[in-house]
Write a protein that binds this ligand. Sequence first.
Ligand code: GCB
Length: 582
Amino acid sequence: MLYPQTNSHRQACDLSGLWDIRFDPADSGLRADWQAGFEAGRPVAVPASWNDQFEEGRDFLGPAWYQTCFSIPFERKGKRLFLRFGSVNYLAEAWLNGHSLGGHEGGHLPFEYEVTPVVNLGENQLVVRVDGRLAGDRVPPGGVLGDPADFFSSHAGNFPPTQFDFFPFCGIHRPVWLYAVPERGIRDVTVRTEIPEANTGRVHIRVECHGRPSRRLRVHLWGHGHDATAEAGFTQDTAETWLEVPQAALWSPDHPNLYNLETELIRGEETTDSYRLKVGIRTIRVEGDRLLLNGEPVYLTGFGRHEDFPVTGRGYLPAVMVKDYALMRWVGANSFRTTHYPYSEPMLDLADRLGFLVIDETPAVGLYFREEGLEKRQSLCHQYVREMIDRDKNHPSVIAWSLANEPHSVSPKAAAFFEPLFAQARELDPGRPLTLASFLGAEEESFEFCDVLCLNRYLGWYTNCGRLEEALPLLSAELDGLHEKFRKPVLLTEFGADALPGHHAQPPEMFSEEYQAEMIGGYIELLRRKPYVVGEHVWNLCDFKTAQGVTRAGSLNYKGVFTRDRRPKLAAHRLRELWKKG
Ligand code: GCB
């Protein structure tokens, strides 16, 4: 799904700003016809989570109703108009001028509605009902009662009752766009790159249109001293072509070279639509125990993180996004995983531009395999894989897809759940390695479907408390066993310790900045001795908000190496020493 763009054929208008909100704890809005507009709304910022904007909103998960008014700021003749939501957590249902547009399930991924037939020339009223309540048949699941025999018991008693370790922020989290495209304009562009021989890049381009265009496709690729065009005809609504780039300036973290690609629909000599993308020429694959970027081994240093900030919750905040890249660069990171949901689209644009390697993860965190709701959870996971790949397939920065975080795969049903999911992802994108992050280690049956084994480990924290000298040999043996069993490269996708900022201890002890720094340093030193390990992702870049529970002082996970307001702890300095020297 393309990000909206403005050029001489397309127009896009961001509807962000102050909207109205009304909470609906009795769930009576639908019966009271709020979809046609409601009274007694109060101002709310969009995009942002509603939870920290209002005192009684913090633990309220919905339903809540949003509304705003707009008129169309551009010429609409010959155009199709769409409303596009970047992320609404969790259920969304929208109405324009009282007409139902439809619904969408799942946060963190975009959805859109064509509004051409229902849009007014004058003022338009958009109403959105948002429901972020936790339920067992949602993904991520929540509100599931703990079973003393399984891991959920450690989350039982959380408030709100999440089955995952971050606050279940709700609301319209990313910009809402009104955009217009030519009637038979470009609907989608897919770019794939290869390096068939040294220094030569090949860029494959596929363009799909709204309807069947009686026209041709022209593609223009330029940058780094190269300038070339190609044309192709359409079969049905699709046209494909490719361009060769001799002496290609390849994309990598050290040299995030990007080319400009313009795709155009041509009728005679006239251009009827165009769309621009940045293209990075690179390959990524797994060979033996290595992860190869452009044919060369690459080692990942970086983090798991969250889209999380005071007051705005999980709302899109460009300044914090820029800051986080600055911090990751300062500390020497070259990569991150979008734990535990796909991040905003501008975040990936910046990764392309700044040269960060991204493991893009679906919102499938905390999956469990009890029968109730299983079919629904599975179909949601398939939907997320489709939506994520569709959205992010053109980013050179995205080097792998992660299809889940910490599924409770001890169930024999897990492999049957994941096999078709991995098959779907491979079919949609044969070009990128696939993975999931597991806490089970060698017991994770679904590792058989993965190209890279992502392991989350907290020895010395949740077990072997305060005893790093015990924890590290155990980790070492476990990693060797895991590699021995699967013979695939291993990435430690999570490790770390909570550190209360300003809390110090000598000798180091749990919750002190010293212990966190020592634990992270010890893990890294060990990982560097394992030839099959392809990277280290510390948990977490920054402290972040969680549900209330006995293990989360002040409803915060303190495993950040930076505080929630982005100040370094001792561990950030330690990482900088380790990562900057390579
Ligand atoms: C994990 C989870 C992550 C948690 C982390 C922790 O394994 O993947 O979401 O926040 O542990 O700090 O417990």
